[in-house]
Design a protein around this ligand. Structure first.
Ligand SMILES: Nc1ncnc2c1ncn2[C@@H]1O[C@H](COP(=O)(O)OP(=O)(O)OP(=O)(O)O)[C@@H](O)[C@H]1O
Ligand SMILES: [Mg+2]
Length: 446
């Protein structure tokens, strides 16, 4: 469970935030001032600090500096007075991942906190590369980042699409404003609509308050629409209308609100083909695909494998307190010859695991997963597209779908190394659904 520390000298503010965040399932600690906060950060594992910027015993900026030094992996969000945009920007430069201006609404906090946790995994991640393919992509990224064009990022799972989206934001004029991310495939249609466009109180059962959507909250910033191919046809129409008009209307609302949001869409599907086959709105496809950035799979840019592996070797050696001098020659041969169906994400997991398991002074071949050593592809790489079984010949759709479900569940469990919570997150399902599938398919954790 994630722990949040709230730092504010006003009791009412601490109470308000604690109640709300506890409701969201976070563990919440509170501090009345900077000194107490510093003690807590040193003694406890805190994932996120939300601190007021102005406090009687020293300012929040000082606390921010302290946290970034003593516990760099802890994320910090500053609460600033509406009149001080300068301090807000200064805090971002010092490593705060976001800021909230007072007065704020509870919805905004909820979104910003959730995004903070979604994003934490990517903060500070460098893009490591050697292949000219990636070099060209990064050059294109720098060229188009400052424009407002909508961008489509395509590529297999784990190739770095989200990383590139972050970089587009970081190199844009919007960099001091927010970057938001939403997975369009993970939410049912009405929820997705309300997340994107917001809603008015009473517009549907469960809409107990007015709520701003991401498009409104991300005004002047960037919004990454991940898994854009999974959007339902009615949502496709709504998104198309937004891209044409650049205005939104909350569900149940009567006014159109203009917003200035740069849209980046990402998918691991061939959206052009889906559009050509009539499975996706063609007009939307053209609106999204103003510029396409395609990230090639790792197996098509093998020069990148070793530099990336070495990067992760250093990272995890530090994290796990190991002193490893490199990879053995056999390990290198294995790394560069493996197909990497899960791309960079799979490579990162493999190296992390190998570093953890290694007992010698360099990473040996035998510390890599069994499936790599026996050269059988990962269960999850059952191709859904080209090599799918033909219809006819006793083909049964439901059986095939179950086979795919099972393979993904197994793959996620394997990647999550036994953590059901992490596996569920990887799949974008709840731990409860995960357990359901596990028992349905007779899968046990490792
Ligand atoms: N060139 C790279 N250098 C360093 N790390 C990388 C590189 N490319 C990807 N990664 C890391 O690999 C992981 C997967 O990247 P990312 O989440 O961006 O992939 P993705 O294409 O969005 O995947 P998915 O389609 O599954 O969402 C991340 O941890 C990312 O930081
Ligand atoms: Mg992604």
């Amino acid at each position: 469970m994630s722990t949040i520390l709230i730092v504010d000298d006003e009791k009412s503010m601490r109470d308000l935030l604690s109640i709300m965040l506890r409701k969201q399932g976070y563990t919440v600690l509170t501090a009345e001032g900077g000194e107490q906060a510093k003690r807590i950060v040193t003694e406890e594992t805190v994932d996120l600090v939300i601190s007021d910027i102005a406090m009687p015993d020293g300012d929040g900026i000082d606390l921010l500096r302290y946290v970034k030094q003593s516990s760099p992996s802890t994320a910090v969000i500053m609460i600033t007075a509406y009149a001080s945009p300068k301090t807000a920007v200064e805090s971002l430069k010092l490593g705060a991942i976001d800021y909230i201006t007072k007065p704020f609404d509870v919805e905004e906090i909820r979104l910003v906190v959730r995004q903070a946790f979604d994003r934490r995994k990517l903060i500070g991640k460098e893009i490591i590369w050697k292949s000219p393919l990636v070099g060209n992509i990064l050059q294109l990224v720098e060229q188009i980042a400052p424009t407002n064009s909508t961008i489509l990022i395509t590529g297999e799972s784990g190739t770095g699409k989200e990383l590139i989206a972050q970089r587009l934001h970081a190199f844009s004029r919007r960099k001091d404003n927010r970057f938001f991310w939403i997975n369009c495939g993970a939410l049912p249609e009405t929820l997705l609509e309300s997340e994107l466009f917001g809603h008015m109180r009473g517009s549907f059962t469960g809409a107990v308050n007015n709520k701003k959507g991401l498009l409104e909250v991300a005004d002047h910033g960037t919004l990454l629409l991940d898994e854009i191919a999974e959007m339902s046809p009615p949502m496709q129409v709504k998104l198309l209308r937004f891209l044409q008009e650049r205005t939104i209307r909350r569900i149940g609302g009567i006014t159109d609100i203009s917003v200035d949001v740069r849209i980046i869409a990402a998918t691991n599907k061939d959206l052009g083909r889906l559009a050509a086959e009539g499975k996706y709105r063609e007009d939307l496809y053209y609106r999204i695909n103003v510029v396409e950035i395609h990230l090639p799979p790792l197996r098509d840019r093998r020069e990148d494998i070793l530099p990336i592996s070495e990067h992760f070797l250093r990272k995890y050696s530090v994290q796990l307190g190991k002193n490893l001098k490199g990879f053995s020659q056999e390990a290198v041969d294995l790394l560069v010859s493996w197909e990497w169906p899960g791309n960079v994400r799979e490579l990162e997991n493999a190296v992390e695991r190998a570093v953890a398991l290694e007992r010698g002074d360099e990473v040996s071949r035998s510390s890599f997963p069994e499936r790599m050593l026996t050269n059988t592809p990962i269960h999850g790489s059952i191709p859904v597209d080209e090599n799918a079984p033909e219809i006819g010949d006793g083909f049964k759709l439901e059986d095939y779908v179950q086979q795919i479900e099972r393979s993904y569940i197994a793959k996620a469990l394997e990647r999550a190394q036994g953590s059901q919570k992490k596996a569920a997150e990887l799949l974008g399902i709840t731990p409860r659904s995960l357990r359901y599938y596990m028992s349905k398919f007779g899968l046990k954790e490792k």
